[in-house]
Each structure stands twice: as C-alpha cells, then as structure tokens.
Design a protein around this ligand. Structure first.
Ligand SMILES: *[C@@H]1O[C@H](CO)[C@@H](O)[C@H](O)[C@H]1NC(C)=O
Ligand SMILES: *[C@@H]1O[C@H](CO)[C@@H](O)[C@H](O)[C@H]1NC(C)=O
Ligand SMILES: *[C@@H]1O[C@H](CO)[C@@H](O)[C@H](O)[C@H]1NC(C)=O
Ligand SMILES: *[C@@H]1O[C@H](CO)[C@@H](O)[C@H](O)[C@H]1NC(C)=O
Ligand SMILES: *[C@@H]1O[C@H](CO)[C@@H](O)[C@H](O)[C@H]1NC(C)=O
Ligand SMILES: *[C@@H]1O[C@H](CO)[C@@H](O)[C@H](O)[C@H]1NC(C)=O
Ligand SMILES: *[C@@H]1O[C@H](CO)[C@@H](O)[C@H](O)[C@H]1NC(C)=O
Length: 411
C-alpha cells in the first residue's frame, strides 16, 4: 500500500509554529548528535531529541545522499551496533500506560557496502519481530500498542547473523486508557486507513494521539463521498476530523461493502475498530442502515451512522478469521434506502508477551554495582537474566519456573 509515503515529505504543509502539547510523547531521532538536539520537525511540529541519553552503545551513521528519498529528518540518521549480540535502549515510561510504539529502520547504504541487514527486535525480554531491510529503499517500520508494567521499558536490537542491526527512530505515544483495551496481550498493527480516493497520510497534529492514517480505496468497487461540513469527533477514540470527512460506499448500491485482509499469522486473534460518521445530507425519506458482519462471530446489526458525528464500532473480544483470511462486510438492511458507508478502519493482531523480568530489587542492585564500578561490558544491557540466552555475561541467575521472576545469584 502507501506505506512508503510514511518516511518522506509529500505535498505542501504549513510549518507548524510553536510547541503543541505532545504530552507524554517520546520522540527519539536515533543517531542525532546531541549538539543538534532537540529540534522541531518542520512538517508536523513534533519535537525530536537525540537518543544518546537512552543507550550507551552503538555508533552513528547517516543515509547516503544518493539513497535519500527525501526522508524526513528523523529518518536520515541512525544508530548501528557492530559490537555485542544485544543492544538495548532503556526508556522512562509511565507504568500502566497503553503506548503506541513505532520503530523505524532505514538502511540508506550508510556504510557504503550495499548490504541490507536483518536482525530481531525485542520489547523488554520478549521478541517482538524480525526486521529484514532487504529490498526496502524506503525502510520499514513496526507498530504495536503495548501496556507497560513498570516505569522502564527496554527496546533491544539483537544480532542474528553477520549483518549489523540499526535503528532510525523510536516513537512512543500514550493512548487513552479506555481505548484499545484487550483481554490479554498487545496489539500489533495490521493497518490503519481512512477511505478516500486521493493519496495522503494524516498524523499529529490532526491526530492528537499521533496515530498515522494512510489513505486507501478499492477503486473498482468503492465510490467516494466527502463533506466540507464540520464533524463532531468527540468520542473516546478521538478520530481526526480530516480522517472522517471522506468515506466509501459500494459503487453498486445494492451490494455489500467488503474489506478483506490476511492476518499474520493466519490464525492470529484479531481486533478491529471501525469509525463512522454520516457525511451525506439525507432527505427526510432517506435512511442508511446496515449490518456489520465479520465471519461467524461478529454481527452488529441495524447500525446507522450518526449525522456528522463520530461513532466507533469495535471488537470487545478478539475474533478469529476464516482460513481464507479476514472478511468484513457491511450489508445494507431492508429498511435502508442508501448503501453502507465507512470512513476509517484499524486492524490489529494480538501478540502475547510474557513481560516477565528479573526481580526488580536484584536489577537495581546490579545496576548500582555497574554504575559504582563503572563496569561496561557490552552484554550488560537490558534485562540481566532474560531471555536466558542473552543474559549478562559473567552473571548467574536462577530460574524457578516461567511465572516467577528470575533472581541474580552471583557475579
Ligand atoms: C484513566 O485515565 C483517566 C484520565 O486520565 C483517569 O482519571 C483514570 O483513573 C484512568 N483509569 C485507569 C483504570 O487507569
Ligand atoms: C474520487 O471520487 C469522486 C467522486 O466519485 C470523483 O469525482 C473523483 O474524480 C475521484 N477522484 C479520483 C482521483 O479518482
Ligand atoms: C459533540 O458530541 C458530544 C457527544 O455526543 C456532545 O456532548 C457535544 O456537545 C457535541 N459538540 C458539538 C459542538 O456539537
Ligand atoms: C448490482 O448488484 C446486483 C446484486 O448483486 C446485481 O444484480 C446487479 O446487476 C448489479 N448492478 C450492476 C450495475 O453491476
Ligand atoms: C424521497 O423524496 C424525493 C422527493 O420528495 C423523491 O424524489 C425520492 O424519490 C424519494 N426517495 C425515496 C427513496 O423514496
Ligand atoms: C445479522 O443480524 C441480523 C439481525 O439479527 C440478521 O438479520 C442477519 O441475517 C445477520 N447476518 C448474519 C450474516 O448473520
Ligand atoms: C513457581 O515457583 C514459585 C516459587 O518457587 C512457586 O511458589 C509457584 O507455585 C510456582 N508456580 C508454578 C506454576 O509452578
């Protein structure tokens, strides 16, 4: 889809003047020399700082001029890790907060070797995903909504072969605690899109929580509806007005509107969030009503979008897709004189994290020792005992069972 646009400046933007709230945002431009930190991004006013206070290892690199696709400033430098198997950022976060975490990787032939790396990325002590930069001149990114259990969050890069891990930017955005709530696990983003036949992307400051929205449209099957009227978007999900001012309806007004996708892995548990507002002016004798159907276990029937007012329909509990993939259908009811309509959609898959960490008192004791004696072994980053194959060198830990925090026994 249009995710390559993520990294580059498109169209013309008004320069945002003056700092907006950005409350609780963490925006790290990895590899930014500390002397150039902080700066305000020209496109959206986000304030980026250098990553140097959050990691002790790694080296600084820069995208080569002829590999630069017009990247936004935060994606032009990176930190790379020629030494050590695991290198970790340690971020100060607010315990219990549901963060949208976005990590971005751009190789840009910084080392002149034309060798795009692959490696793993960990959230705390659990593997998040594999990053493979092969054939990605525009880089790649990962997004997850993850609730943190302590006031500190480690994001680690782990070498898996001969190539050197790197990272370009780390962005954390606290979300409202009454949104994106799961029964268990974190929400790995599949996509977040608004329906329009024009190309674009929307994020902060339009989106006060800085979710990034990409335009999407299934042109042969959809017809676009737009409005210039103001839409009331006060609802828990705070969807930007600019996302809501366009929508799709099926071109054939008697047919359902279909949205299909393939989750990864195919048997994943899925959560989705559908955002609606009636943006057409209906005559007194007109009605828009439809059933929202997802596989066999989700049927929200008789839904009517509210006039110029946001409403969000979402899964309370995770749903599973058929073997053929995920299929959302908006089916016009017999009462309706108009086809179904949808303004925006988000879909996620559930990722379970053990979130088990070494006993906190042991960790603070060993960190004190490390600081007092200025011990700087390359492996002494992240959790001391977990995962077991990446623990700190020369440290012994005991592991009772999978539900008990490991203890440090000796140095
Ligand atoms: C959620 O956030 C609101 C407002 O910030 C706060 O008043 C409330 O106590 C929080 N609820 C939970 C369960 O953390
Ligand atoms: C988008 O849809 C509108 C309404 O159907 C149409 O007038 C316009 O030409 C379309 N634009 C593009 C770029 O397809
Ligand atoms: C927007 O909707 C909310 C919730 O229904 C309502 O309380 C508020 O008054 C509305 N705002 C405007 C400007 O109509
Ligand atoms: C629209 O869909 C209906 C029902 O599937 C079908 O009978 C009709 O031929 C379609 N109309 C067009 C113009 O394709
Ligand atoms: C609604 O009323 C208008 C004019 O009063 C008429 O032209 C139109 O056909 C009616 N539509 C429906 C679906 O009955
Ligand atoms: C969804 O629920 C409505 C109302 O109960 C029903 O008419 C419709 O057939 C259901 N659709 C599916 C696919 O189960
Ligand atoms: C794990 O070990 C702890 C401490 O030895 C014990 O209290 C707990 O019951 C064990 N839990 C399981 C699931 O074995």
């Amino acid at each position: 889809m249009t995710s390559r646009l993520w990294l580059v400046m498109i169209g013309t933007f008004a320069v945002i003047v003056g700092a907006q709230k950005q409350e609780g945002f963490i925006s790290l431009d990895c590899g930014l020399p500390s002397g150039e930190s902080p700066y305000d991004n020209q496109v959206n006013g986000l304030t980026f700082t250098s990553d140097s206070n959050f990691i002790q290892t790694g080296k600084i690199g820069e995208v080569q001029k002829d590999a630069d696709k017009g990247f936004l400033r935060q994606y032009t430098t990176m930190r790379y890790f020629p030494e050590g198997k695991r290198n970790c950022y340690s971020l100060d976060v607010k315990r219990g907060t549901n963060y949208l975490i976005i990590v971005t990787f751009v190789y840009g032939n910084y080392d002149g070797r034309n060798l795009e790396p692959n490696f793993d990325i960990y959230l705390g002590t659990d593997k998040w995903t594999r990053i493979d930069l092969e054939g990605t001149p525009y880089g790649t990114r990962q997004e997850i909504i993850h609730k943190v259990q302590t006031n500190s969050l480690d994001i680690c890069l782990v070498k898996t072969g001969i190539t050197v891990p790197l990272i370009s930017a780390i962005e954390l955005r606290p979300q409202r605690n009454d949104t994106y709530v799961t029964h268990s696990g974190s929400l790995r983003m599949s996509f977040r899109e608004y329906l329009t036949n024009t190309t674009g992307q929307i994020r902060y400051p339009d989106d006060i929580h800085d979710r990034v929205w990409f335009s999407w449209f299934d042109d042969p099957y959809y017809k676009e509806v737009t409005t210039s009227l103001s839409i009331n978007n006060s609802d828990t999900y705070d969807i930007p007005k600019t996302v809501l001012k366009s929508a799709a309806t099926p071109r054939n007004a008697t047919e359902p509107l279909f949205i299909n996708w393939t989750p990864r892995p195919s048997n994943a548990q899925v959560y989705f969030y559908l955002h609606f507002a009636e943006i057409q002016t209906l005559e007194a004798n007109e009605t828009r009503e439809f059933d929202i159907i997802f596989g066999e276990n989700f049927n929200h029937s008789g839904f009517r979008p509210l006039k110029l007012q946001l409403s969000t329909v979402y899964t309370d509990a995770p749903v599973q897709c058929d073997s053929g993939g995920c299929s959302l259908q908006l089916v016009r009811t017999s009462k309706s004189t108009l086809p179904p309509l949808i303004n925006a959609i988000e879909a996620y898959t559930v990722m379970e994290f053990s979130q088990l960490e070494t006993s906190l008192s042991d960790v603070s004791a060993i960190k004190n020792i490390k600081a007092t004696y200025q011990l700087s072994k390359i492996s002494w980053q992240g959790d001391p005992c977990l995962p077991q194959d990446l623990g700190w060198e020369n440290l012994r830990c005991t592991y009772a069972n999978v539900s008990t925090p490991p203890r440090i026994t000796s140095l």
